[in-house]
Ligand binder design. Sequence first.
Ligand code: UDP
Length: 484
Amino acid sequence: MFPFMGQGHIIPFVALALRLEKLTMNRDDDNHLDTTISIVNTPLNIPRIRSNLPPKSSIRLIELPFNSSDHGLPHDGENFESLPYSLVITLLEASRTLREPFRDMMTKILKEENDGESSVMVIGDFFLGWIGEVCKEIGVSSAIFSASGAFGLGCYRSVWLNLPHKQTTQDRFLLHDFQEAGEIEKTQLNYFMLEADGSDDWSVFMKKNLPGWSDFDGFLFNTVAEIDQIGLSYFRRITGGKPVWAVGPVLLPPGEKTGSRSTEEAVKAWLDSKPDHSVLYVCFGSMNSISQTHMLELAKALESCEKNFIWVVRPPTGVDVNKEFDLEEFLPEGFEERIERSRRGVIVKKWAPQVDILSHKATCVFLSHCGWNSILESLSHGVPLLGWPMAGEQFFNSMLVEKHIGVSVEVARGKRCDIKCDEIVAKIRLVMDEESGVGREIRKKAKEVRELVRGAMEDGVTNGSSVIGLQEFLNHAMVKKVNN
Ligand code: UDP
């Protein structure tokens, strides 16, 4: 398994690896699988991955040589999380140099496993589109595991394959090969998509990466079939009927340690002291942040809306993400002190125990950048969303949860929008206030979706869609084994 080097990719890959490990170990029928699972990544990401694995896990970690400084990246720039957004494309491009080391590693594994019985299957990331071709060359089957939902990734693919959008005069348009997604607004294209003309760094990368997807033998999606049919059907169509399995939500179990223990304990103690469904959780994921101006508007809004809140603060856009910082540098004067005194809010620097927060009964709503993992984690716990998409396919994820599923209200769009405190307060109230009809509807829908998501994970007398999806994938992998 080879995830791209970003927490939003690594975390679901690790969660899938753990689920596969459990499933293959527990199969005691004739189909018992003696399976070795390995996760491949670059040196600095290996310890991160290890820290997400239980001590007794049998999952192996394989390191590929990679030196970020060779590619114009900071010396520790091997993960989206440690890079400013402007260098994300540099890491994407640099990752293409992993092709040869990956090929060599696979050749070595195939030699070692050459007992006539074993087969190897590769699960790769959609940002590592070259993996499918390497696998074809060496005769190994492969599947993409998408950490994004099918709707969001489908829109993303279609937008990149139909450039340019710069000259588009219409404010709204349909995607050429994905019309059923509905009308896309020009403001849903991020800066790089809008400016792309085929010769810029993003277009060049996408032109090399996207065609590679057709070399894979199938797609695994970290999504739930019941809420993402439009996107799943799109991928079935464009892959010409290759298998597309919905195996989500693939999440780390709550309590899995992805941050500092002292933060976890403080957050839990504070949440325990708050009434049920009273807390707004605000977090923009592992790599995005908002501008300094937006931070001030959001801080004012959180203070004046009088709701309990947890806010994960990363340095604003343009400031070095790795730099130590004091909150006063970026927040209104006295904000932190007032919040602490009133005990109405908790400000967490950089990284909060998100799944623990979303699964706590005090949490009511999640103001999110609409990263797909965040959405799945929220919906798995029946928490509705306030969307503020920032980049990539997040705009389309926001559209899916608001327009097609009905569990979200979009607050703002993009990193450069003109949003004021009053508008943020109004949207927070719309979703959180007891007496708000829209809020009641959305909160009710979020509970219904939680049941759908739980149903998908049902593993017993009847199996849910996610369990069936993963079993079908394993059967497919085994058929390959017999054929090999
Ligand atoms: N996350 C977390 N604490 C934070 C920020 C992020 O645990 O303070 C986790 C979150 O639970 C999710 C992942 O990091 O699993 C972020 O993935 P997502 O797809 O939502 O967004 P990305 O970071 O890739 O933009």
